[in-house]
Design a protein around this ligand. Structure first.
Ligand code: PLP
Length: 526
């Protein structure tokens, strides 16, 4: 493809992308192709002679589009959003053109320096404590995903712990102590931690334990539960070296009790031994709002923090921002400098080589799209975007509360996420299985938004009904939701954080939930 052919093709591609965005809500949001659909549509080998772009482009609509689930659609209310915007796409175009895998500063100084600058901008915008800024001992780095960030900090935490444990020892004695300690290491998270912490422990070759959470704490990890877990580990001869705390858990957007956790670690004299990471992959975006930013002050006691610009902050995948309080811990754990990687700038110690802050060597120019997004929207534009979705989420939750005959809220709505389960309709109470009582009679839902307890048989029934409703809604394909099981309660999650979602889309989702619930309940009673 020569320059003129590229110009034409790129213009056509941009036009097509704009048309796609402009009409996206008319498409079925979740793909309904059968597994293996694409193999039937494509030849078994690449063409021997090159094809014209026009022929290739046609296949986007004909062959790829049917197999896409449209994450940018306002009717996508599943998982967490993955907002892509025009400024971030422009960043990708330039990044692709420059393709400069800047593992060392000298590989493209602009790639490294822009990353340091925009991550400092972002840290201040998120109200992160100054300890995470690059002008002190800390700093930020863009990773591919929150999972990658967690593996990176867990391995760093392991190495820091081992070096503390073996301080002053040399040679064989040091090796023996290291081997002994390695066998006792345990990483901690909570029952609500994202599965990436368990996976990171698997990769890091250490044990993993999730600490139980309670409904009455809104599923948050508390200081007391951390204290109990530390005592348990000590009794079992295990050495906790790492803990994931969460701001906005995946299932219910629970927020851990950061201050209490820091206090528990301090009292147990573990603050400098256990690396505490704050996983704020989705909800971290809300810290840009002044009314949420105060939460971040407690992070000063912790070692690392991560949020994904690629979820809620209008930047297309991937752009996961990891901050550490002491960058020297990352570099001393992860730096392996073969001769080919050496250069005078790196040796001078005056530059950042981000290869020592991450798992891969090469890296993309992701700072460019973050820079474009921050400049195009401005801090106020980003705040307005996040606030709008939180307000929409609250509105959605208020509609749900107006239908206690059909729906119950499982945990308090937070960060534009509402988690609901079916309520057993009052008229069906007589139809409950023999010997069971509906314990929710006369209990007001909505006052505290903690789901009242219900008998196990009733729970089986509400779970089955909720699952049925959920499956019918998703297979109809007008909106896309995700389900979750919260302490044995089958629940439906509705996230109102897609950039294009407005009140009308949320209201339509609510109407679909109501009409499907009525249908499923009446069929179950027939
Ligand atoms: N942490 C939390 C709280 C999440 O909700 C998710 C994904 O939704 C992750 C981590 C994993 O994110 P990633 O896909 O960036 O690895």
């Amino acid at each position: 493809m020569n320059s003129e052919e590229f110009r034409k093709a790129a213009h056509l591609a941009v036009d097509e992308v704009i048309d796609y965005f402009d009409t996206i809500q008319d498409r079925r949001v979740v793909s309904n192709v059968e597994p293996g659909y694409l193999r039937k549509l494509l030849p078994s080998a690449p063409p021997v002679e090159g094809e014209k772009w026009e022929a290739i482009q046609k296949d986007i609509e004909a062959k790829i589009m049917p197999g896409l689930t449209h994450w940018q659609s306002p009717n996508f209310m599943a998982f967490f959003p993955a907002n892509a915007t025009y400024p971030s796409m422009l960043g990708e175009i330039y990044s692709a053109a420059f393709t400069a895998p800047a593992f060392n500063w000298i590989c493209s100084p602009a790639v490294t320096e822009l990353e340091t600058i925009v991550l400092d901008w972002l840290a201040r915008t998120l109200h992160l404590p100054d300890v995470f800024l690059s002008d002190g001992k800390g700093g930020g780095v863009i990773q591919g995903s929150a999972s990658e960030a967690i593996v990176t900090v867990m391995v760093t935490a392991r190495e820091r712990y081992l070096s503390q444990a073996c301080e002053g020892l040399e040679g064989e004695e040091r090796q023996e102590k290291q081997n002994f300690t390695r066998g006792r290491l345990i990483a901690l998270g909570s029952e609500e931690s994202h599965s990436s912490t368990a996976k990171a422990a698997l990769i890091a070759g250490v044990r993993y334990r999730s600490i139980a959470t309670q409904m009455e704490d809104h599923l948050a990890l508390t200081g007391e539960s951390v204290r109990i877990a530390l005592d348990e580990c000590a009794r079992e001869g295990l050495e906790p070296f790492y803990l994931t705390t969460t701001l906005g858990s995946t299932g219910t957007c629970a927020t851990d009790h950061f201050y209490e956790i820091a206090e528990s670690l301090r009292k147990a004299h573990m603050s400098t031994r256990i690396w505490v990471h704050v996983d704020a992959a989705y909800a971290g975006a809300a810290l840009i709002l002044d009314e949420y930013g105060h939460i971040a002050k407690d992070f000063a006691a912790f070692d690392s923090f991560n949020m994904n610009m690629h979820k809620w902050l209008l930047t297309n995948f991937d752009a996961s921002c990891l901050y550490v309080r002491t960058r020297a811990h990352l570099t001393s754990a992860l730096s392996i400098t073969s001769t080919i990687l050496r250069n005078s700038y790196s040796d001078s110690g005056l530059v950042t080589d981000y290869r020592d802050w991450q798992i891969p060597l090469g890296r993309r120019f992701r700072a460019l799209k973050i820079w474009f997004v921050l400049r195009t929207y401005g801090v106020n534009g980003l705040k307005a975007h996040i606030r709008r979705h939180i307000v929409l989420g609250e509105k959605f939750a208020s509609w749900i509360r107006e239908r206690p005959d059909l729906w119950e809220i499982v945990t308090p709505p937070a960060f534009a996420l509402t988690v609901i389960t079916i309520a057993l309709p009052t008229q069906s109470k007589g139809a409950l299985p023999n010997g069971t009582t509906d314990l929710r009679v006369n209990e007001g839902v909505g006052t505290s938004d903690i789901l009242p307890s219900t008998s196990e048989k009733n729970r089986d029934r509400t779970n089955a009904l909720t699952k049925d409703i959920y499956e019918r809604i998703n297979s109809a394909g007008e909106i896309f939701l995700t389900s979750s099981v919260v302490k044995g309660i089958y629940a439906i999650r509705i996230v109102s954080a897609n950039e294009k979602a407005d009140e009308a889309h949320l209201r339509r989702a609510f109407d679909i939930l109501v009409s499907t619930a009525k249908k499923v309940i009446s069929e179950s009673e027939a």
